[in-house]
Design a protein around this ligand. Structure first.
Ligand SMILES: Nc1ncnc2c1ncn2[C@@H]1O[C@H](COP(=O)(O)OP(=O)(O)O)[C@@H](O)[C@H]1O
Ligand SMILES: [Mg+2]
Length: 208
């Protein structure tokens, strides 16, 4: 048995498919679009509500290769760079609407359909990955956060997830779901034994 399953990996390894799955399940998530080429990219940006937008690699982590794009000039430049210099998988342009957040986002771990731990990731930069220098702090999970995290995990499937959540004026919003989550910062700042919980979950699954 492999945990997480290939079905889960195929969704989470692709931010576009993840967004589709979340949207279909009714999980609040930033408006998103996929485009090929400059013209489609411009149409995509206007369809998701206009600038600023975030352009991301379809498959990526640690906040790498993200671009916040504020106008057509920047969009044209980034698209030209990616089209000319990037490999084929950088020619598919995945956009999200840029979401205002309070200098941080939330990383919440859901293991076997249950919330296990959560942290804030605080940064002066709009990219709040701890791999990019954000500071991790424990986060109390309220009922709404728990609900949205479990709903997002359920939409993806059975497994172990690290879910990125934004706090917005309209409530929580799920940015992405990670299926190969790291947890050293969660474990360090919450004192919770994430590694132990993962092992317990795997043992339980193997006995089913
Ligand atoms: N649409 C967005 N609006 C505002 N901030 C964003 C948006 N998308 C990503 N970010 C910021 O960038 C970080 C990394 O983006 P994410 O989609 O989680 O990619 P990665 O897989 O590299 O972690 C997020 O944790 C968040 O701080
Ligand atoms: Mg992330």
């Amino acid at each position: 048995m492999v945990i997480n399953s290939i079905k889960v990996a195929r969704i989470c390894d692709n931010k576009f498919i993840t967004s589709l799955v979340l949207e279909k399940a009714g999980v609040p998530t930033p408006a998103f679009a996929l485009a090929f080429g400059e013209e489609q990219a411009k149409t995509a940006v206007s369809r998701i509500g206009g600038y600023p937008v975030v352009l991301k690699p379809i498959s990526g982590s640690w906040g790498r290769l993200l671009a916040r794009i504020n106008d057509d000039d920047a969009l044209e430049a980034v698209i030209e760079q990616k089209t000319t210099l990037g490999g084929p998988h950088h020619h598919a342009f995945y956009f999200q609407r840029y979401i205002e957040k309070p200098g941080r986002d939330i990383r919440i771990n859901v293991i076997g359909g249950q919330v296990f731990a959560a942290i804030y990731r605080q940064s002066n930069h709009w990219i709040t990955n701890t791999a990019r220098g954000a500071v991790a702090m424990p986060c109390e999970v309220d009922e709404k956060l728990e609900k949205i995290a479990v709903k997002a995990a359920d939409a993806i499937g059975e497994g172990i997830f690290g879910i990125d959540v934004f706090e917005t004026k309209d409530g929580y919003m799920v940015n992405e779901v990670n299926h190969t989550m790291e947890f050293k910062n969660v474990q360090r700042v919450t004192g919770l034994d994430v590694a132990g919980a993962i092992i317990d979950y795997c043992i339980k699954r193997s006995k089913l």
